[in-house]
Design a protein around this ligand. Structure first.
Ligand code: F6P
Length: 386
């Protein structure tokens, strides 16, 4: 006998960068909805683009069977935004089409699994189109505000820590400095956590702009005390003090950018359009190479670079992420059954709780300078380049 539910039909979409745990969350939502509350579940392909293009699949127990441990997302994903959808080389506002499709499919709510950008895009659908939404915090960056942790993060920390462990053995054999670039977008959570867990000697994060001289002095001191190798964990968003100052000046100048000019830019996509028809994000050169070159020039050490890149996003989710996704997904369905929408299901102090989406969207959670992990790392002698 199904439990009572105020919700009869939901859509699920996964948007933004993929990560291990997405399929575990899809499985939890679909199983709980279908089997406990007799709610119809429609999978939306490739994030918000699939909603705009009406590319959907009815989910059933067969389609979500055996995906708990599968990396990636069976629905596919994209970074395309409903209000700036790349269509034939232009960025077009397609929110109305997305809303119309959701209504035609009789979706009572759309569950959006994504990071900071997805929280904003989900809220936009609700505010502009009146479509009830509910989100889960997904990203290996762990920078979604309003939740202690995002799913995918624990798995990425595990992957990056394993990599740093492996880099230790080769660095000690060759007496080298190895710079390991870790993802994290513009937050340092991933580099900080994997750097501490992996025993990195230097950890560089965006929240603490670094000085090359401080890093080199630290490395030379290590060598003087007999340590002929060092590991440097670098967040992809880390920057020097000079770079941070330059970015701050550009941001200030950018804020004055003429609104009309910005609108003009929006009508013509400056990015090439891929085979899939959506904007192709340009390749970004790893920042670690520049940092490594500066360190080699200043210290005379033999330096090597490893950029972990998308390895951190692949493979099987950790047991923690599998359980977290199962808890978040089933809690989402309980809330939907009670008619609760326009919230993000957050993980706070060990509990899965609803947080108003308006409080989360557009916010980014970065590492506080006095975070306990930073204090602990400093107390065991880790250098942050400051
Ligand atoms: O947001 C997750 C993330 O992996 C970031 O850490 C990284 O900067 C970005 O996605 C890479 O984006 P893409 O997968 O589009 O190259």
């Amino acid at each position: 006998m199904s439990k009572k539910s105020k919700t009869r039909c939901i859509g699920i979409l996964t948007a933004g960068g993929d990560c291990p745990g997405l399929n575990a969350a899809i499985r939890a939502i679909a199983k709980a909805a279908m089997n406990e509350y007799d709610i119809k579940v429609i999978g939306i392909h490739d994030g918000f683009r699939g909603l705009v293009e009406n590319r959907v699949t009815r989910l059933d127990n067969r389609t979500v069977s055996g995906i708990l441990t599968m990396g990636g997302t069976i629905l596919g994903t994209s970074r395309d935004k409903p209000h700036r959808m790349p269509m034939g080389g232009k960025l077009v506002d397609m929110v109305d089409a997305a809303v119309a499709n959701a209504k035609n499919l009789q979706m009572d709510a759309i569950v959006c699994l994504g990071g900071g950008g997805t929280q904003k895009n989900a809220l936009r659908l609700q505010q502009r189109g009146g479509i009830p939404v509910l989100t889960l915090p997904k990203t290996i960056d762990n920078d979604v505000a309003g939740t202690d942790i995002s799913f995918g993060y624990d798995t990425a920390v595990t992957i990056a820590t394993d990599a740093i462990d492996r880099l230790h053995t080769t660095a000690t054999s060759h007496h080298r400095v190895i710079v390991c670039e870790v993802m994290g977008h513009s937050a340092g959570w991933l580099a900080l956590s994997s750097g501490v867990a992996g025993g990195a000697d230097v950890i560089l994060i965006p929240e603490i702009p670094f000085e090359y001289d401080k890093i080199v002095d630290y490395l030379l001191e290590r060598r003087r005390t007999g340590k002929r190798f060092s590991i440097i964990a670098v967040a992809e968003g880390a920057m020097s003090v000079e770079q941070a100052k330059k970015m701050e000046q550009e941001l200030k100048a950018g804020k004055k950018k003429d609104k009309k000019k910005r609108e003009e830019e929006d009508t013509v996509s400056t990015l090439p359009i891929g085979e899939e028809g959506h904007a192709v994000q340009l390749v970004r050169e790893p920042r670690a190479s520049t940092i490594a070159r500066h360190i080699q020039e200043r210290s005379g050490a033999e330096v090597r670079v490893t950029s972990l890149g998308h390895v951190q996003r692949g493979g099987v989710p950790t047991p923690f992420d599998r359980s977290l996704c199962t808890r978040l997904g089933t809690r989402a369905v309980e809330l939907l059954a009670d008619g609760v929408t326009n919230v993000m299901v957050a993980y706070k102090s060990g509990e899965c709780v609803p947080v108003p989406l308006e409080e989360v969207a557009g916010q980014r959670k970065t590492v506080p300078q006095d975070h306990e992990l930073i204090r602990s790392a400093r107390l065991v002698g880790t250098c942050f380049g400051d």
